[in-house]
Design a protein around this ligand. Sequence first.
Ligand code: PSU
Ligand code: MN
Length: 307
Amino acid sequence: MKAFFDIAPPVAQALDAGNPVVALESTVISHGLPWPDNMQLALETEAVIRAEGALPATIAVIDGRIRVGLTEGNIERLARKREPVHKASRRDLSYVVARGLNGATTVAATMWIAHRAGIRIFSTGGIGGVHREARESFDISADLYELARTPVAVVASGVKSILDIGATLEMLETLGVPVVGLGTVEFPAFYSRSSGHRLHQSVKDESEAARVIDAHFGLGIDTGLLIAHPVPEADQIPFDQMEAHIARALQMQAAAGIRGKEITPFLLSRIMELTGGRSMQANLALLKANARAAARIAVKLSKQDER
Ligand code: PSU
Ligand code: MN
């Protein structure tokens, strides 16, 4: 299996030495954000992680090779979108690798790769989940099933706001995935700090989060964990305002007949227009805040390992 993997030498060394490493996904770069903001965000996120004393490992498939730790040149290829970049979830990896294609990995695929590389912490913006019309469309993200079977802790500001939050939380409960609020007792709604959904588990800071994660892995529970970390106060958009924009974007999606994995990129662009760019500002802020929190957790975890 390792024959398909290229682990960047600094990442491999850090993992061997038990030093903190944080995985990052790449779908947000290629499909979630426009050029050149995506490039800047990817580099800034890596810098945030380094500043906390951890090493970033952005994950993608480049020319059919699974890469853990990208070069700036790799990131630029994903960000510029001059050549085809597949949105690669777990089910797409074999095809993208076999054909020598480029794949930007979703939360599911990034978790799977991170785990095989020996990385336990992964930072992102929002995970996929249960879509609002899932009763008709059956559109439920593979991210939820990955959390059910891959032991990696994912720091995210909830699920994408365009989803059914309540149904997603029910599904995570069914799948046995812990959802732990970091500095919150409410499940965050991506652009907004609150969603109206109360959590059963919450911790006040990164060191408490690290203890829960350590217990989870120490017990040998083989699911992932979702560490729910709200968007910074100054960058949030109130829930009711967002709901109106989302409803409008969903109407436009239905009218345009957009389906399947094209839905998320389409809705995110419409929401960007409808909020006059504020959604993007919130998105960038939460991505960096989550990277910082994940790095701090990774540092605490590696200190716990030393004991
Ligand atoms: N949240 C965002 N932007 C994104 C994604 C999530 O705000 O681009 C991506 C993540 O990579 C996530 C994926 O894993 O969308 C889920 O896609 P789907 O619902 O098709 O499984
Ligand atoms: Mn989907």
